[in-house]
Write a protein that binds this ligand. Structure first.
Ligand code: ADP
Ligand code: F6P
Length: 476
């Protein structure tokens, strides 16, 4: 047994290991909202992060970065295929996102999911100090709380799901649904992004296991398990600080200039995932150009599509469809040197992202379904002059928090198009009022508050209180 008193267990470490042809290893920040949110919490707690280093094969040695101990867990090539790409991302991911793409089930994937979860639980049980707090993250590791409780009943175990949790009738399709539910119930606290997800979970404990949930609690053996909503957020102060730097302001101006000083820049920043509604967004933009409600070069779109899960079939075909649509729009509406859609299939550093956010008149965050969508919150925090407009899907978790956004239903193309036009034509006064209100909200409801409220509910308030971002943002 080791002496780690605060442990986060997540599929991925905050950094991915990249080994070049000569065998030299470098580390690259891992994609996604989970890392963005948890990194500052772990740094403040000087905790231990157990996760996969992003490549198949032997795990690198444990090491320390920014006060966090990183403990890599090994995944073989077959496990990457079956546990990560298979059961996690081709079975659970589509199902939990309301089956916007058909889910695939293979029996061999489950076996691998089980074995990898057991490995994570094993490592964690070995590393945790007596009575330690362990915070398990996301759908890839739903069996870990139950497995860990069996090995180490002395631990305080929390679980947080970063994606939606489906209604009873969808969850019931899942092979091994009982084991998954029981795995989650190994935690003392099961956290979700939205209240409806917590309700779905509690309803399932009754439906599948015959438990009797009362309010937010369900009794399992002699333990009380709480299920509740804890909407995740960003490090607002850090985002505002970056956005106010001269480097970002200057770069934002350059971007506008490079795009030909359009009246309306519509920006999308997403992992290239079918849940994000990128195709629907592009189609809406094309139809707006077709209808003449928007015109190039006065209006242009910038779509950043971060490479993601590139070996999974649905992601490969999505990329083809998105790139075909971009080509079609540019073929029909672009001009020499002035494309209608600027498509960037790349990762950027935080400064470049902040400059893109600041340069954009409209940020389109229009997922068909999503847990939170931190990019929406990052955009708001970057709007230091309050001039931008956020077009936000009702089906993004962020819609529960950012009520002053221009809310749209991305499944309804007409509504989506109208949302863009309304945002493009909104008065400056209207946009500034909305943006100010959202920024005020985010200053209060930042990631530190999220961590604090979760850890307080888990019974370890001192861990949450330890995280206190240094600089407070300037008032409006
Ligand atoms: P998800 O977790 O599904 O990817 P979120 O919107 O919650 O979605 O979080 C995405 C995170 O990834 C954000 O913190 C965002 O800044 C970051 N990100 C998105 N696209 C890029 C990119 N092209 N380069 C670098 N970081 C990116
Ligand atoms: O938010 C859902 C999630 O799977 C996170 O666990 C992760 O941060 C992000 O999406 C990126 O996914 P992946 O780790 O599969 O690249």
């Amino acid at each position: 047994m080791s002496n780690a008193s605060f442990i986060v267990v997540a599929n991925r470490l905050p950094v991915d290991s990249v080994v070049d042809d000569e065998g030299n290893r470098t580390w690259r920040r891992s994609p996604g909202g989970l890392v963005a949110a948890l990194e500052p919490v772990l740094q403040a707690n000087r905790g231990t992060w157990i996760g996969w280093a992003g490549a198949a094969g032997a795990a690198p040695e444990p090491f320390e970065a920014d006060g966090v101990t990183l403990l890599p867990v090994e995944l073989s090539e077959t496990e990457v295929l079956r546990y990560y790409e298979g059961f996690s991302n081709a079975s659970l991911w589509p199902l939990y996102h309301d089956a916007v793409e058909p889910r695939v089930f293979r029996r061999s994937w489950w076996k691998s999911y089980y074995e990898v979860n057991a490995r994570f639980a094993e490592v964690c049980a070995r590393e945790a100090a007596p009575g330690a707090t362990v915070w398990v993250q996301d759908y890839q590791l739903q069996l870990v709380p139950g497995m860990l409780r069996e090995k180490r009943p002395d631990l305080r175990i929390g679980f947080f799901l970063h994606i939606p949790f489906p209604p009873v009738e969808l969850f019931m399709q899942l092979p091994h649904r009982m084991e998954i539910l029981q795995g989650l119930l190994g935690a003392d606290l099961v956290g979700f992004q939205r209240p409806l997800a917590a309700q779905n979970f509690l309803a399932l404990t009754r439906h599948l296991l015959g438990y009797r949930p009362r309010g937010h609690y369900v009794t399992v053996d002699d333990r009380l398990v709480r299920a509740d909503a804890f909407p995740i957020s960003i490090d607002t102060a850090a985002n505002e600080e970056i956005a106010t730097t001269e480097r970002v302001r200057q770069r934002a101006k350059e971007i506008r200039d490079e795009l030909g000083e359009p009246e309306t820049i519509i920006l999308g920043v997403d992992r290239l995932d079918y849940t994000k509604g990128i195709e629907q967004r592009l189609k809406a933009f094309r139809e707006l150009l077709e209808d003449g409600r928007l015109k190039v070069p006065k209006a242009v779109m910038v779509q950043v599509a971060t490479p993601s899960r590139e070996r999974v079939e649905q992601y490969r075909t999505l990329r083809d469809r998105v790139e075909r649509e971009v080509g079609r729009i540019n073929g029909e509406y672009g001009q020499v040197g002035l494309p209608a859609v600027h498509y960037l299939h790349q990762s950027f550093d935080r400064y470049e992202l902040a400059a893109l956010y600041q340069a954009a008149d409209i940020m389109a965050v229009t997922p068909l379904r999503d847990g939170m969508n931190l990019v929406a919150k990052e955009y708001v925090a970057s709007q230091i002059d309050n001039r931008g407009a956020l077009v936000l899907s009702e089906f993004a978790g962020a819609a529960g928090d950012l009520r002053q956004a221009f809310l749209v239903n991305p499944h309804d193309l007409t509504d989506l198009k109208d949302g863009f036009v309304t945002a493009a034509n909104a008065t400056l006064d209207d946009k500034m009022k909305r943006m100010r209100a959202m920024r005020r909200y985010l200053r209060k409801h930042d990631v530190s508050r999220w961590a604090r409220s979760f850890l307080t509910a888990l019974g370890v308030p001192e861990r949450g209180a330890a995280y206190n971002p240094g600089s407070q943002p300037a008032a409006d």
